[in-house]
Design a protein around this ligand. Structure first.
Ligand code: PLP
Ligand code: COI
Length: 351
């Protein structure tokens, strides 16, 4: 892999005040696809792309991305969390969007090199990490609606803190009754750009009313719970942990899978099944909805304090983080940042 180092390093941000996705490191990885094959990846100084206005990703959104994190412990040990799973999911997204697949194992190695080159950007305060954003975009100069022949795969890095401005405080989630995110047979299962574009209006309307994100219902009957804007969702009802089954329109969250395994290992009963909004509302009204939380790379484990549905705020666990959410948070982040042993083999060592 060709590496060109920057001549001018950027100033580091205030690591106590990172927010999410606002700062980017000195380098990025770029790999182009042309003549039916991927070219050698390169690490280059972080810079703008120059693009013809007719480039098809700018019109038809043939683009996919991933999100994973790297961590640095007090001894300088650098790790990534489950990077092969992200590469597998990205290849699935590529297939769904008619884009070329790539060698995921080799890409993990390349990302490791990039992370090591920019390792002085990895924040170490609790709740912070280096967010890694692999992205693939169509790069044909053409307005016909066709799968492109040329692509750019790139990886950028961003030191991040909490995804939500309020940190670990419980989120307020609005159950969306009008718009839908993904019908069966659509692209809900993959991380394609259009899914997020289509979700913005509902998200903005919810924000205006004081809610953090929307909780999507199924696209057919608006009856079953799917997921939140940037995270999968869990409920604890009568002590049983329930998360919607992956029916085809929900992202296969890596934090979701990890959480299920961590909770099952600790002896909790976990059910992956269809769960209707009526079941959740009924449980809340009867005092049997013990907890709710979202899971995601950016969101980590985020407790849900309020669920808004049909004009009513349903308070969950007194608007506090519950014990199962806390256990999941402590265990997952403990494995990620090396405080706890990696019993599941999820941690990839970079150095
Ligand atoms: N659902 C959506 C729509 C997401 O964007 C994300 C974030 O990646 C997740 C769920 C959680 O997935 P993961 O845990 O793999 O980050
Ligand atoms: C992630 O958690 O990695 C995501 O992609 C969620 C969001 C920032 C789009």
């Amino acid at each position: 892999m060709k590496i060109t180092l920057t001549k001018q390093k950027k100033q580091k941000p205030d690591y106590k005040n990172l927010g999410f996705g606002k700062y980017f490191t000195d380098h990025m990885l770029v790999m182009t696809y042309s003549d039916g094959k991927w070219n050698e990846p390169e690490i280059v100084p972080y810079a703008d792309f120059s693009m013809d206005p007719c480039t098809n990703v700018l019109h038809y959104g043939q683009g996919i991305f991933e999100g994973l994190k790297a961590y640095k412990d007090a001894d300088g040990k650098i790790t990534m969390f489950r990077p092969y799973d992200n590469m597998r999911r990205m290849n699935k997204s590529a297939e769904r969007l008619s884009m070329p697949t790539f060698d995921g194992e080799k890409m993990v190695e390349c990302i490791k090199e990039l992370v090591l080159i920019d390792s002085d950007w990895i924040p170490t305060d609790p709740g912070t990490a280096l967010y890694i954003r692999p992205t693939m975009i169509a790069n044909d100069k053409a307005l016909g609606v066709h799968a492109a022949h040329n692509y750019i795969f790139y990886v950028i890095l961003s030191p991040v803190g909490s995804y939500y401005a309020h940190g670990l405080a419980p989120t307020k989630i609005m159950i969306e009754e009008e718009y839908v995110r993904a019908p069966l047979g659509g692209t809900g299962e993959c991380k394609c750009m259009g899914n997020y574009a289509a979700s913005l209006l509902a998200g903005e309307l919810a924000n205006k009313k004081g809610y953090d994100q929307v909780l999507w219902l199924d696209g057919k009957d608006r009856k079953y719970i799917e997921e939140v804007g940037a995270m999968n969702i869990f409920f604890v009802i009568d002590g049983v942990v329930i998360t919607p089954a992956l029916v085809g329109s929900i992202l296969h969250g890596i934090t979701r899978r990890s959480t299920i395994e961590v909770l099952e290992k600790a002896g909790y009963k976990v059910e992956e099944r269809r769960i209707s909004v009526d079941e959740v509302v009924k449980a809340q009204k009867e005092g049997r909805l013990n907890e709710s939380f979202g899971t995601g790379t950016a969101a980590v484990i985020s407790p849900v304090g309020v669920l808004h549905y049909k004009g009513e705020d349903l308070i969950v666990n007194n608007n506090e983080m519950g014990p199962i959410s806390r256990y999941a948070y402590d265990t997952i982040t403990g494995i990620q940042n090396g405080r706890l042993p990696d019993e599941f083999g999820w941690v990839y060592r970079c150095n």
